[in-house]
Ligand binder design. Structure first.
Ligand SMILES: [Zn+2]
Length: 309
């Protein structure tokens, strides 16, 4: 049975990779220029201004944990460092390396809040969120969509290089396709891992299902577990993606409402970083300040982050 599962998985993955290759003929992410030329850029080139210093690159060990081949180094004592893999899951399978994660003790040594931003990266809201996180010296987690990664690779690079965690939030976020079957869900996860790895050279273990795991049935869980991914939903939210479109102060109040009088030790807050979420940007500093005043440390989601339920 196990052999059949892996054979089917390999066929699916091969088809997925071939499919990715075909799509890339019309829009290869490797061919997307790292900087899009603008009229201002053209003017800059005529001035003899020295080019800006290149942005620092995130380094393994210092800025993030790079998984060992045998996945033996993922039990961490620092909830502020992201975890990535240098292999796509099917590469692990081809090399005969393990791709199912070992049991990891959830990190519960401190009260930690995990700020999470879904649906990006974009070139309007995400950079503003990154500016605030930098000013506040706070790390966060960005659950990105593969099609957005291919459109805004430079913003993904900035997220990575500034030490935040990147998670996989499907390729196109379309429920009708994602939830047609566990296979179609996993195909989008792998396609997005490819898009992420094409830009930053590594891929995440963490995923978030669009709409949350209420969209799953049992088959999805077994697929995710056996492919070595860890899904995290949330236990607080700003409600910034609801039709009521709360303003910044309502968003702060919404987070307070979810945390209640006895806030959990581990808090995962759902927010969004796509183009119309400007009120989220405005709410973010106050959310950070009150959580800091309450004594929370700011962490990034890793495979050892406690589940929010
Ligand atoms: Zn989403």
């Amino acid at each position: 049975m196990k052999k059949i599962f892996y054979t089917v998985l390999l066929i699916l993955l091969t088809a997925s990779i071939i499919g990715c290759g075909q799509e890339q003929k019309s829009g290869d992410v490797n061919q997307i220029p790292t900087e899009v030329a603008t009229p201002q850029d053209a003017n800059k080139n005529t001035d003899e201004v020295p080019p800006p210093e290149p942005a620092p690159q995130a380094q393994p060990d210092k800025d993030y944990i790079l998984a060992n081949d045998d996945l033996s180094n993922l039990q961490l004592d620092d909830p502020t460092k992201p975890v990535y893999d240098k292999y796509i899951m099917w590469e692990r399978q081809e090399k005969g390396l393990p791709f199912t994660l070992p049991y990891l003790e959830p990190y519960e040594a401190e009260s930690v809040v995990y700020l999470t931003f879904d649906d990006g990266p974009d070139d309007k809201v995400t950079p503003q969120i990154l500016d605030i996180l930098k000013a506040e010296n706070v790390k966060a987690t960005f659950y990105v969509c593969g099609n957005m990664v291919e459109t805004y690779p430079d913003v993904l690079k900035r997220i990575f290089n500034e030490g935040h965690a990147i998670g996989n939030h499907s390729y196109n976020h379309r429920y009708d396709q994602l939830y047609a079957s566990p296979w179609s869900f996993m195909e989008q996860i792998i396609q997005t891992d490819n898009a992420i790895k094409n830009v930053i050279g590594v891929r995440p273990f963490i995923i978030r299902a669009p709409g949350g795991v209420g969209m799953f049935n049992g088959d999805y869980w077994s697929m995710i577990d056996s492919c070595g991914y860890v899904e995290h939903d949330w236990n607080a939210l700003t409600e910034d993606a609801t039709p009521s479109k709360p303003n910044a102060s309502q968003q702060v109040n919404n987070v307070l409402k979810y945390l209640g009088d006895d806030p959990p030790r581990s808090v995962i807050i759902l927010m969004h970083s796509n183009s119309d979420k400007i009120e989220t940007v405005k709410a973010l500093p106050e959310i950070i300040h009150f959580l800091r005043d309450w004594g929370y440390k700011f962490g990034v989601v890793t495979p050892m982050t406690p589940q929010p339920w």
